[in-house]
Structure formats: structure tokens, C-alpha cells
Design a protein around this ligand. Structure first.
Ligand SMILES: Nc1ncnc2c1ncn2[C@@H]1O[C@H](COP(=O)(O)OP(=O)(O)O)[C@@H](O)[C@H]1O
Ligand SMILES: [Mg+2]
Length: 612
């Protein structure tokens, strides 16, 4: 139980003085009297009722807010005023000490909450109905870009709200006052230095009889916003990627058919004399085809498709062969190489990495229209977590290919956009804007990444990082454009009638008997009946109905020794590699030339070769 304290007060000239005496828990009186002056408000109150005291005797007051008047943390709960003999009246002030204790407890719990509020990563601010700051925690002060609470006190929230959000902010304060709360408001704060911080805020109305205040909780949502924009960008890329993949598939089939027809024509005409003029025209058409095929290859790269034949490859060898080939086409550019003495191996789709190098070389050459110097370096490098941070790659050992040109360089604006698909600074017909987008996609698909440095009028360096491999590299014999004629029976499976038709004619021209199936089921039926006769199945991977890998399994069920050459314009992610892993004999990417097909077939059949 709390202690009670009695006061006796008496009136002097203009104020009340009072003395106090304790009665402790045992009921003993503590007689030390202290004379103190009561605050003026008491004086006024007591004088106000004093005239009645003489007539009605004692008056009892209950005093709810006296701790403020006393300023001691003590509270007078009741006041008994009555007449006294010596003076005009006597006042007994009754104070219960328990209130002091509960007040301390309250202060302690308030302190606890303040600490909690100070440690949280949530910004807390209390504003009045006009939007002016009454109180705020450290996190809130940080969010606004200020240093101290004093910087904010009495100022309106809108002062650090970004100009384009101010009107909305004022409206939200009004809504909160009307509805009692608002939630999930996203606005931007503008720090004194001009930096923008995106904020999410909830607010609740705190109102008592006299004042309304608003308590608002705020969070810094910069990271979330960044993530959202990354996801949107990634989704955009994905959908363009899917689109690119679909176009490429159809486009490749068309190219395949055109190329097939041209090859046949050239092949037939080679037997005749005096047709060199026509052959020249066909050759021209063929160069256009190569360009079209290049475009689809870039689309494939960008769509992150087509990485099918991943082979441990000697990177130095690949880089040097490729640089030599490129230097033959650009006499005005001097190419120098600085290749690592150690053997560098990476598991790559050779054709795709050549495409990446070509895209970078072509850009470099275009940036040096009056000639210049191209320097290629290779090195093995160990990358830590922080080195790979800007990309999504994992830390580890990488093969790094750096290509430096002495060209125009790029300004900052161009630098931020070069990997965007269809971004080009080149004139119509000179650039597709797919070169670097494709390079980026291909390298990412190989679990590597690309970085670059560029300085205007000085030049640019691109660095291609590919995960290093400890496997022994496989030699690639460069395919010569030789047409290999042979004999045998081949089942050609392709759902595109136009491709199947020209394919069958090419096979015939190459000396093979060709059976054609336009669907998976048809192929299985034909194979079942003719398996003894069929030496090889050429299987297009993307066919409606039966999936490529299932098709391969079913062919194997019929004959475990079946020889299959997979052909595709692009891969449904993983399917081609899955079929290859199952033991498929070979792969050829569409569109392919007659020579390439003839070589691949003869390689698989190990038939005796007759060179045309
Ligand atoms: N080596 C380079 N020097 C200067 N600018 C370059 C270089 N490589 C790329 N760029 C810039 O990047 C842009 C995009 O390149 P890319 O994706 O290959 O498309 P394209 O070559 O079709 O324009 C180019 O248009 C050019 O502005
Ligand atoms: Mg380019």
C-alpha cells in the first residue's frame, strides 16, 4: 500500500504556504515539516472557493492533473478544504505515494518504448494536424536526410517530400484525419543534398479531446524499388527473348529451305559448263543467307538458346584462329595478340563463343573507320565474391579474354545502354543493336559475364569472362567446304514440309536414299518397318506431339543401336543437351550447308568417302 502525505496550508498575503507530514506504512507520523509555497494555480483555486467554506464547511476536491502543477512527479489526488481557527481556512492535501511509484514505472516503460523506437529500422514521426513534426526517432531523421531532431521540429513534412509528391502527401494527411488511418502510401523524400529516397508509410490518427496528432511509420524501400525495376527489366528481356526464340525458329526453317535450294542448284550447275555467271549470282545470294543466318544466331544468343554442343575447348587456340580469320577481312586494322602461356580451357559452345568474339571485333572495327589497332589478351584469373558482384556469376577461376580497340570510345549515356537489345548508334542498315545483347546472353548462358571500359576518343576494352575448366580440350577440326558423297538410307524427320522436301532432295544428291516423316508418329512407324535398311535418322528436335527426347527413347526401344543426328534451329532449354547426354550420335545446327551436312553424315556413318 502506498503512503499518504498530509499537508496543511495556510494563507499568507498573496499565496499559500504549506507544510507536510508523512504518515508511513506503520502509521507513524514523520514530523519534519517543510514550508513550501504552493503554485499560484492552487492559490487561485482555493481563494475562489474560500467564501463558501465558512458557510458549508469542508469542501473535497479531486485533482486529476496536479503533478504538472507541482512539477515533482508527485500528484495530489484530493484536497480537503475547511475552516480553521487561526487563519481563514485550512487545506489538507492528500497525496498517495503509490502514484509516485506508478509514475516512475510509467517513466521506465516510456523509456523502454523510446529505446525500442530508437533501435528499430522503422522511421517514426508524430505530426500535428497541420503536418508539422512534434517528435521523431533517429531513423526518421535519417530518412529525411537530416542530422538532428531539432532540424525537423515544427517543420512541415512536405518540406522534405519530393516536389511531385507534395500535393499527394497533403491529401494523405487529410485522409488520415478523416478516416483514422492510411496505409501503404509510397512517396519520395528529398534530402537537403537532393538525393531521393523512396518511402512507404502508414499513418494513424491519435486524438484526444483537444488535439489530433498523427503517428506515422515509414520505411526506406530503395532496395525493394531497385529489385522491382530489375524484375520488370528481366521480364521485358524474357518476353523479347521468347519472341526472338520463336522468330528464329521459323526464320531458320525458311533459311534452311532457301539454302537447300541454292546448294542443290549450285551442285547441279557445277556439272555443266558455261554457267559461271549464274553461279556468281547464287554465290551472292549465299552471302545474304550467311548474313541472315548471322542475325538468327544473334537472336538465339540473346534468347539464351542454342548452347548445345558444350565442349572443353582450348581458348587460346580458338582466339588466335579467330583473330587470324578476322584480320584477313580487315586489312586496315592491325591485330596483335598476347595469349597466356598456360593452356586455358573453358567448356563452351565453340560456334557461339566465336559469334561473341566476332560481334566484339566488328564493333571495334566500326569504331575505327580509318583503321586502328586491335589487341587481344587472354589470361586465367581468380575472382572473389566482390569481383563478380556486379554480375550474377559465382566466384572462382575464370578465363579472361580482353579485346582493346583504339576507336571512338563511348560516352556515359551510350555505355549504360550497349547491352540493350536493338540499341544501336549506327545508321540504318549498319547495326541491328543485337551484337552485344547477344554476346551478353551467350556469355551469361555459359555462366560467365562481360565487362568493359571505354574512354571517348581513346578506345574501348571488352572483357569476356568464362569459367575455367580442368578438362582436357577436344580438338576441333575446322570444317572445309567439301561435299562428301556416299550411299545409304536416311530417315529425315521434320515437321516443316518445306525443310523435309528440300532435305530429301539434298540427301538424294549426296547419294543417299531418303525416307521422309513429317511427324514423330510417322517416323516411328517408318522406322519400325524399315529399321534394317535405315542407317541414320536425322531428327528435328522441335516437333509437336512427341518431345524430342521421348522420340529418341522410342527409336532406341525399337533398335538400341539406332544412329541419330539431331538437328535444330534452336533448343528448348535443356532438351537438346538432354538428348545428347542420352547418347545421341551428333548434332547439327540449322541452317546448315550441304557440305556441312554431308560431312556430318559421313562422319557418323564412317562410310567410305568419295569427294566431289
Ligand atoms: N568498341 C566499341 N567502340 C565504340 N562503341 C561501341 C563499341 N562496341 C559497341 N559500341 C556501341 O554499342 C552499340 C551497340 O552495339 P551492338 O549491340 O553490337 O549493336 P550494333 O553494333 O548493331 O549497333 C553500338 O551501336 C555502339 O554505339
Ligand atoms: Mg555490333
Amino acid at each position: 500500500m502506498g503512503q499518504m502525505q498530509f499537508f496543511q496550508a495556510c494563507k499568507t498575503k498573496n499565496h499559500l504556504i504549506y507544510g507536510s507530514a508523512f504518515i508511513d506504512a506503520e502509521g507513524d507520523l514523520d514530523g519534519r515539516m517543510k514550508i513550501k509555497r504552493l503554485p499560484a494555480a492552487f492559490y487561485n483555486l482555493i481563494i475562489g472557493v474560500s467564501s463558501n467554506i465558512l458557510t458549508i464547511g469542508f469542501i473535497l476536491f479531486f485533482m486529476p492533473h496536479t503533478e504538472l502543477l507541482l512539477g515533482t512527479g508527485n500528484r495530489i489526488v484530493a484536497m480537503l478544504i475547511g475552516p480553521a481557527s487561526m487563519v481563514l481556512f485550512t487545506v489538507f492535501l492528500v497525496l498517495i505515494k503509490q502514484h509516485l511509484e506508478s509514475k516512475t514505472a510509467l517513466l521506465r516503460s516510456e523509456e523502454k518504448y523510446r529505446r525500442l523506437v530508437e533501435t528499430t529500422k522503422t522511421g517514426c514521426v508524430i505530426i500535428d494536424a497541420m503536418g508539422r513534426v512534434v517528435d521523431a526517432n533517429t531513423e526518421y531523421i535519417r530518412l529525411t536526410g537530416h542530422q538532428m531532431l531539432e532540424d525537423l521540429l515544427g517543420r512541415s513534412l512536405t518540406e522534405w517530400t519530393a516536389p511531385h509528391d507534395r500535393e499527394r502527401m497533403a491529401l494523405e494527411i487529410q485522409h488520415c484525419i478523416k478516416q483514422g488511418s492510411v496505409r501503404g502510401i509510397e512517396i519520395n523524400y528529398n534530402s537537403p543534398s537532393g538525393a531521393l529516397t523512396p518511402i512507404e508509410m502508414n499513418a494513424t490518427l491519435l486524438s484526444d479531446s483537444e488535439n489530433s496528432h498523427i503517428l506515422s511509420l515509414c520505411w526506406d524501400i530503395s532496395d525493394r524499388k531497385k529489385m522491382e525495376s530489375k524484375i520488370t527489366q528481366a521480364q521485358k528481356m524474357d518476353s523479347i527473348g521468347i519472341l526472338a526464340g520463336c522468330i528464329t525458329h521459323d526464320f531458320n526453317n525458311l533459311l534452311m529451305a532457301i539454302q537447300g535450294r541454292l546448294s542443290l542448284l549450285a551442285f547441279e550447275m557445277a556439272k555443266e559448263k558455261n554457267l559461271s555467271d549464274y553461279q556468281e549470282k547464287i554465290k551472292k545470294a549465299d552471302t545474304y543467307l550467311v548474313r541472315a543466318a548471322d542475325l538468327t544466331a544473334n537472336l538465339l544468343g540473346f534468347a539464351r538458346k542454342g548452347k548445345i554442343e558444350v565442349i572443353p575447348t582450348d581458348v587460346n587456340q580458338l582466339v588466335s584462329q579467330h583473330a587470324q580469320m578476322f584480320s584477313r577481312t580487315r586489312k586496315e586494322i592491325a591485330i596483335t595478340q598476347e595469349l597466356s602461356k598456360d593452356r586455358l580451357v573453358a567448356e563452351i559452345d565453340r560456334r557461339q563463343i566465336e559469334q561473341v568474339l566476332l560481334n566484339i571485333y566488328v564493333n571495334a572495327a566500326q569504331a575505327m573507320p580509318y583503321g586502328g589497332h586491335l589487341h587481344v589478351r587472354t589470361i586465367e584469373i581468380s575472382l572473389s565474391d566482390s569481383d563478380v558482384l556486379p554480375s550474377n556469376a559465382s566466384p572462382g577461376v575464370y578465363v579472361k579474354i580482353s579485346i582493346t580497340d583504339t576507336g571512338t570510345g563511348m560516352d556515359k549515356e551510350v555505355q549504360t545502354r550497349i547491352f540493350e537489345p536493338f540499341f544501336t548508334t549506327k545508321e540504318m542498315g549498319c547495326g541491328t543493336g543485337l551484337g552485344l545483347a547477344s554476346a551478353f546472353g551467350i556469355i551469361q548462358n555459359h555462366n560467365g559475364f562481360i565487362s568493359f571500359e571505354s574512354e571517348i576518343k581513346k578506345g574501348t576494352t571488352f572483357h569476356v569472362f568464362l569459367p575455367a575448366s580442368r578438362k582436357t580440350p577436344k580438338e576441333e577440326i575446322p570444317a572445309a567446304e567439301k561435299i562428301v558423297i556416299s550411299t545409304g538410307t536416311i530417315l529425315l524427320v521434320d515437321d516443316e514440309a518445306m525443310v523435309a522436301e528440300v532435305g530429301a532432295e539434298i540427301l538424294n544428291a549426296l547419294g543417299y536414299e531418303a525416307l521422309v516423316a513429317l511427324s514423330g508418329q510417322e517416323a516411328l512407324d517408318i522406322y519400325e518397318i524399315n529399321q534394317d535398311k535405315i542407317d541414320l535418322v536425322i531428327l528435328d528436335m522441335i516437333m509437336p506431339g512427341i518431345r524430342g527426347d521421348e522420340m529418341f527413347d522410342r527409336l532406341r526401344q525399337i533398335n538400341p543401336k539406332v544412329k541419330v543426328l539431331l538437328s535444330s534451329g534452336y533448343s528448348i532449354e535443356g532438351q537438346a543437351s538432354a538428348i545428347m547426354a542420352k547418347g545421341c550420335n551428333g548434332f547439327i545446327q540449322k541452317p546448315y550447308s550441304m557440305a556441312a551436312l554431308s560431312q556430318k553424315i559421313s562422319e557418323l556413318l564412317e562410310a567410305h568417302k568419295v569427294t566431289s
